[in-house]
Design a protein around this ligand. Sequence first.
Ligand SMILES: [Zn+2]
Length: 287
Amino acid sequence: MPEMPEVESLAQFLTDKCVGHAIARIDLAAFSALKTYEPPLSAFSGLEIESVTRHGKFLDIDASRLHLVFHLARAGWLRWRDKLPDAPTRPGKGPLALRVRLDDDSGFDLTEAGTQRKLALYVVTDPQEIPHVATLGPDPLAEEFDRDMLASLLRAAGRSQLKGVLKDQRTIAGIGNAYSDEILHAAKLSPFKPANGLTEAELTTLYESIKTELADAIKRAEGLAAKDLKGEKKSGLRVHGRKGEKCDVCGGTIAEVSFADSALQYCPTCQTGGKLLADRRLSRLLK
Ligand SMILES: [Zn+2]
């Protein structure tokens, strides 16, 4: 699943490729992905792309003040092509959700793997019309996101667990399952620690870890083509998705907690004083 660093570099990639080009046409293959009715996708034909920006994990293509906004969700991806095939898209067949064709026949496909349909597209004149965009918390890369701001966000979150608070888009925009694991590992904090239970020193470390982990991930992804981003993300992660592997900080073994539809990974030695966190799914089965 692309998170803020990947979406940020997709925004840069699309800026280089698309800005200044007009949209020739947009074809929708997965009808359920489009969440708005007016204006229609055909309204983009002939409009010039002026910018490509990011709101949290949403990408926003501004074409003469009509915005195509999309969220790739867990299994969505963007595939750029210097020359799109001429054959028309076939609705409902395969992973293709949307095809955007530019005036020189280059363009991109949005695809979604698997059977869950979570990829979401919106056509709006103002991105703030999209509820999930309007309710986004502050962007952790923004200058105004300082240590005091993090402190007040965590205070407001009360005893909620850090892992969930970092992933909550209404609290902080752009961090998902992978980078929340990485940030908590770098900060040596338990994913289950209550948000309002941090010492001043822990707060400082968490703040610095958020900034550093995201900035490093963006640096690693910088200049990569869309197709290379996924591999880069995976190879850059030190704890997420690495259950059973050695922690490269302490040499301990990385552990996992599974939930119904996701899992988190952490290093017990670095983060929980050697204690294994209860696996929620497993303990429910044993009851
Ligand atoms: Zn460790």
